[in-house]
Design a protein around this ligand. Structure first.
Ligand code: HEC
Length: 169
């Protein structure tokens, strides 16, 4: 192999190498460009931390149900808990029970004592209402605090509890 030949070989390798690098760089840039274009087209779905994304997360984390006052546009996201504030309808124990507690206490999910099941409730009622209140407010085994609905005030949880116990003895 002559020296000339070797030089040509190197030159050829060098050219090809540059070409490959160039193509890879161009691909990297176009991938970035395409990704940006997609993210811009639908900011809610891809821009984490963006205002739209945060709103969507708020919506998903919001408690079920919201206080709607006639003639007043909804200005806040549902994250304001329905605390029966100014003008809001005060919920009865039955309504609160239906809205939150029924998820488990209607059918007995996770072994929850079913409403109206006197045999299941008798030994619990025997512990005293204060104990049951404490367990409803702070949780007990598989029973989540506030029935898992942080939007409920203590008074609302107790109202629902009183309704459930009233129906079960
Ligand atoms: C996610 C399911 C779930 C929801 C929702 C739920 N509970 Fe329960 N609850 C349970 C389970 C499970 C138990 C049984 C716990 C045990 O004794 O192992 C229980 C037990 C109880 C008890 C008896 C505690 C004791 O000391 O024996 C009370 C009182 C109670 N729940 C009240 C409520 C009230 C009031 C609500 C609604 C605000 C509610 N629960 C919502 C699952 C739930």
């Amino acid at each position: 192999m002559s020296v000339e030949h070797g030089k040509h070989h190197d030159q050829h390798f060098y050219d090809t190498f540059l070409l490959v690098i160039g193509i890879l760089a161009a691909m990297a840039i176009s991938v970035y460009w395409i990704a940006t274009a997609i993210a811009d087209a639908d900011p809610g779905a891809y821009n984490r931390g963006g205002a739209v994304q945060e709103k969507l997360i708020d919506q998903r984390l919001a408690p079920v149900g919201d206080v709607q006052i006639a003639g007043q546009a909804e200005t806040q996201m549902a994250s304001t808990p329905p605390k029966a504030a100014a003008g809001g309808a005060v919920q009865s124990g039955k309504q609160i029970w239906e809205g939150t507690c029924s998820a488990c206490h209607a059918s007995g999910v996770l072994g929850a004592p079913r409403i109206g099941d006197k045999a299941a409730w008798a030994p619990r009622i025997a512990k005293g209402l204060k104990v049951l209140e404490d367990h409803a407010l702070h949780g007990f085994k598989q029973m989540p605090a506030h029935g898992g609905n942080a939007a409920l005030s203590d008074a609302e949880v107790i109202k629902a509890l009183e309704y459930m116990v009233g129906q079960s003895k």
